[in-house]
Design a protein around this ligand. Structure first.
Ligand SMILES: [Fe+2]
Ligand SMILES: [Fe+2]
Length: 239
């Protein structure tokens, strides 16, 4: 496990999201996963998706429950909303506070821009947690029990393909904010704070990108497989 961190230190965030603490000595990935009761196959898929942008996860529905992906994604949402966003808000308001009266309104504009972004992020997360993830869990339950409550969810009106098609890049607006800060905002009396803010925005942007990749490349193909199986079984039953 130590080698994983030496290979890519940004994976420290992912370990934290799994609840894994440092100090694992010479233990292997499998040993650490066992100790924390984490499904090794799923852990490796998440780590590989973050580390290698071209990584293609397997689609075997028996490798681990889709519910694990949902739990992980929910934890990431929680991390953005309760840790990263407040951290960035605090930095921007500090910079507004430290700027001269003449520059203060420019930093206040950055605050309003970020507040609008936060609202968009919350809407995105709420839609996933209230509509998409319950649909995914119901689909997996139907597959496991080989029953068809999924029909009650009206798959004609909703499918994971619809989600995949509409899944937008929530990180794009962060690029615009970074650009405004880099190009136009006056440097405050403590420039190091401005640098920290930019670094945090870059990190959040990249983390959101990786998060969306898990939704698009790990979750969607698995659910498509389950939907196809349910559709085929439904057709067999109705013959
Ligand atoms: Fe998400
Ligand atoms: Fe998303």
């Amino acid at each position: 496990m130590a080698e994983v961190i030496h290979l890519n230190y940004t994976l420290l965030n992912i370990l934290a999201r799994f609840g894994i603490r440092l100090g694992f000595g010479e233990k292997t990935v499998e040993q650490v996963c066992q100790e924390y009761e984490i499904q090794t196959g799923f852990f490796l898929e998440v780590i590989n998706s973050f580390n290698d942008k071209t990584y293609k996860p397997g689609k075997n529905p028996k490798s681990y429950p889709v519910q694990l992906i949902i739990d992980y994604l929910r934890k990431s949402h929680e991390y953005y909303l309760s840790v990263k966003i407040p951290q960035i808000e605090l930095l921007i308001s500090k910079l507004a506070e430290l700027s001269s009266p003449a520059d203060a309104n420019l930093w206040e504009m950055a605050m309003r821009f970020f507040a609008a972004y936060k609202k968009q992020l919350i809407d995105h997360i709420e839609h996933e947690e209230e509509v998409v993830y319950p649909y995914v869990v119901a689909t997996e339950n139907s597959y496991n029990t080989q029953e068809f409550p999924i029909k009650k969810l009206n798959p004609a009106a909703y499918s994971i393909g619809k989600y995949a098609k509409e899944h937008n890049n929530i990180e794009d607006q962060l690029f615009d904010l970074k650009n405004i800060i880099i190009k136009y905002l006056p440097l405050p009396s403590r420039p190091e704070l401005c640098q920290t803010l930019l670094e945090e925005l870059f990190k959040l942007e990249s983390d959101l990108n990786d998060h969306a990749r898990i939704e698009d490349k790990v979750l969607v193909p698995r659910v498509k497989f389950l939907e196809k199986w349910l559709q085929d079984s439904g057709n067999r039953r109705s013959v």
